[in-house]
Write a protein that binds this ligand. Structure first.
Ligand SMILES: *[C@@H]1O[C@H](CO)[C@@H](O)[C@H](O)[C@H]1NC(C)=O
Ligand SMILES: *[C@@H]1O[C@H](CO)[C@@H](O)[C@H](O)[C@H]1NC(C)=O
Ligand SMILES: *[C@@H]1O[C@H](CO)[C@@H](O)[C@H](O)[C@H]1NC(C)=O
Ligand SMILES: *[C@@H]1O[C@H](CO)[C@@H](O)[C@H](O)[C@H]1NC(C)=O
Length: 441
């Protein structure tokens, strides 16, 4: 290489270095991940967030449904937007929704793709128009929130006002975080071409949902995405909330093979742990159920084993406090940073080595100064799917209290769940994410 061309090369690299910041300014900003702050309403135990939607933009409160199929909001009352448009039948968006419904007034140019918005808190569905409007959301680099970005034609469903019944006060809809194509994780990853992943980290106060890949830093420099255990996500071929015929479930199921209490297996009717032809049975994760719900026979064996394990530790059982049946004298139970010291309840997954361990911080609920209860509830026997009636088609529903301060990463592309177990023992919490924007971006 002549010294001339070397200098030329050097000059070019320097030039690139100098101009590259301005290049990145002119190319429109593409986020690697997005972030939502989630709050728990102590009255209803619902988790909710705020989304900014419409033109002019308004910030609206929506409840979170981990297994929900899409975002729906009340369009009947107080919805003003110059950018809202109905999604036509037979359009690409209508196909994405896998909708088989079309509402028509006889004029084909005004046909609207139909959907069934579902309120999981009152187990009610109705029909609504699939729609699109601009949505705004905060980006993140995994440790701090960054620029607000927008998705111009974000798909959601318009619902009538009555569907808001039972939602946390002020909420105008439900944000579905499920595994199907028009739920938030898929729509966001499609809009910004980032991996189809979502991480959920809830707490009894403020939690966080990330869309996209890690890092997920809950404390400076500590990336929780680096220390997860993985298990396959299982598709339930039956949509248990109704919807269109032949549609699979948007909820997140995992393969629990057995259950251990205090390190010892309890006897469980294993046919309850897999799906029957109607999609009943199995194990799902839910933010709708505030506590883990077990089918009656499983509930009884787990609770008995737990009570016996505490009895040998001289922990006294006291009167039940609804909805719990196993309550104890709090004075008999020691406390650690990771919550009350009680025997673990373990969900054994694809192998004996892959275990979801529920420890004191997640298993015990303080109902008063004197009383701690096992925060699991009896879901009754398995029922068949029945429209409009509260049913328990799933044998094990791992509920909100049991996933608080655990980071769960849902990888929709590879269909696997990464889970952290309680972060409290590592002096981390899901309320640690720093939502304050730093002064430099
Ligand atoms: C929506 O627009 C109508 C008509 O412009 C107005 O009367 C109403 O107050 C607006 N509602 C909201 C919630 O902004
Ligand atoms: C196990 O559960 C299945 C499904 O509910 C039921 O049909 C069967 O009778 C149960 N077996 C036992 C031994 O209880
Ligand atoms: C974050 O911002 C809020 C209000 O914007 C403020 O009250 C709080 O002190 C800030 N926290 C930190 C750690 O800067
Ligand atoms: C994210 O950006 C902030 C500045 O806004 C910076 O301090 C921090 O180191 C960045 N974190 C990562 C993981 O890139």
């Amino acid at each position: 290489m002549s010294s001339n061309s070397f200098h030329h090369l050097l000059f070019c690299s320097l030039l690139l270095l100098i101009i590259s910041p301005s290049i990145s300014q002119t190319i429109s900003f593409r986020p690697k991940a997005l972030v939502l702050q989630v709050t728990k309403d102590s009255a209803t135990h619902q988790y909710y967030t705020h989304i900014t939607q419409r033109t002019p933009p308004v910030q609206v409160k929506v409840a979170i449904d981990l297994g929900g199929e899409f975002l729906w909001v009340d369009c009947e009352k107080g919805f003003n937007s110059s950018t809202k448009k109905p999604v036509p039948c037979r359009s690409a968006q209508c196909n994405l929704a896998k909708s088989k419904a079309c509402s028509t007034n006889g004029n084909p140019s005004e046909d609207v793709c139909g959907e069934f918005p579902h309120n999981p808190f009152i187990s009610t569905s109705t029909s609504g128009d699939l729609s699109q409007d601009i949505i705004y959301i905060q980006s993140t680099n995994g440790s701090r929130p960054g620029k607000v970005v927008s998705v111009p034609k974000f798909i959601f469903t318009c619902a009538p006002t009555f569907l808001l019944k039972g939602l946390t006060s002020g909420a105008v809809g439900v944000a579905g975080l499920g595994r199907n194509k028009i739920a938030l994780p898929s729509l966001f990853s499609a809009a910004f071409s980032f991996p189809k992943k979502m991480a959920v980290c809830l707490s009894s106060t403020n939690g966080v949902v990330f869309f996209g890949n890690g890092p997920y830093e809950l404390s400076s420099g500590i990336d929780v995405s680096k220390s997860l255990t993985y298990t396959p996500l299982i598709l339930n071929p039956v949509n248990l909330i109704g919807g269109f015929q032949g549609e699979s479930s948007s909820e997140y199921f995992i393969g629990v093979k057995s259950i251990k209490v205090d390190g010892k297996p309890v006897s469980v009717n294993s046919s309850l742990l897999s799906f029957d032809v109607d999609g009943n049975g199995g194990t799902k994760i839910s933010t709708v159920d505030p506590y883990t719900t077990l089918e009656t026979s499983i509930y009884n064996t787990v609770v008995n084993a737990f009570v016996n394990a505490l009895a040998v530790r001289n922990v006294h059982k006291v009167a039940a406090v609804a909805p719990f049946s196993a309550c104890f004298n709090a004075k008999d139970i020691g406390l650690s940073r990771a919550g009350p010291i009680v025997p673990p309840i373990e969900f054994v997954l694809q192998s004996e080595k892959v275990v979801w361990r529920v420890t004191g911080a997640n298993s015990m609920v303080r109902v008063s100064n004197e009383v701690l209860c096992l925060g699991f509830v009896d879901g009754g026997p398995l029922h068949f799917v029945d429209w409009g009636i509260k049913f328990t088609p799933t044998a094990i529903v791992i509920g909100g209290r049991q996933i608080e301060d655990n980071l769960l990463q849902f990888d929709l592309a590879t269909s696997r769940l990464g889970f952290s177990s309680s972060l409290l023992s590592r002096q981390l919490s899901c309320s640690n994410f720093k939502f304050n924007r730093s002064t430099v971006d």
